[in-house]
Design a protein around this ligand. Sequence first.
Ligand code: PEP
Length: 258
Amino acid sequence: MNRKYRKTVIAGNWKMNKTPTQTKEFMTQLKAILPKGRWCDIALCVPAVCIPAAVRAVRETRIGIGAENCNPNPSGAYTGEIATDMLVDAGCKYVIIGHSERRAMGETDADVNAKVLAALEAGLTPIMCCGESLEQREADITNEWIAMQIKLGLQGVPEEKIRKVVIAYEPIWAIGTGKTATPEQAQEVCESIRAVVRKLYSSKNARAISILYGGSMNEKNAFELLAQPDIDGGLIGGASLVPEKFVQIIEAANQPTA
Ligand code: PEP
């Protein structure tokens, strides 16, 4: 982290977990134990049906609610889909885009790019995910692969909007597996992502963009991961479902930075 130049963001990804009733219960528990300080932005990206309950529950707190996906089209015949303006109207501030679980369902880099542009246009903060498979890591092509995902995902994002994008580096082999990238592995890739942003935009923008790590981050390993200079927060799946664990990760973000 480096709070001098960029935001620290601790974001939860609930995936397909919790009902609206459980959302309300979770938020009540979370608010009771949430640290008072203001050292990081907190986001909870929840299933679409939980958004109204989540938004109601976090009023007058510093928690921002997000969606887990969006459709890039403004409206129309897209049964089952949700447009970015709908998310904004429902009270969302964030949207996860390009999660590997959605890419596995067929989402392409072009889809990711269209969604990032639509999210920015609507005023949402896109949390754009990238990450390599175990095979790609073993073939030693991680940085090239991630650089390609970043370049394609950010195509057409204008300079004045790049700082609004949050990038989440999530090695696929570490998601939901209990296998975390070592702090050094995660730092290396996050640093290389920042270098890609530097090349595409500028040093100033690269220094200002928040890059998160995701992949089995939990209350035990968060401190060390967040101590890395280019890891500006976390995208957290499993551990974001338990208020005490999520709060401990938020507390790990309260450490001195460079
Ligand atoms: C995720 O879903 O983005 C994620 C990182 O999950 P987990 O923390 O459970 O590995």
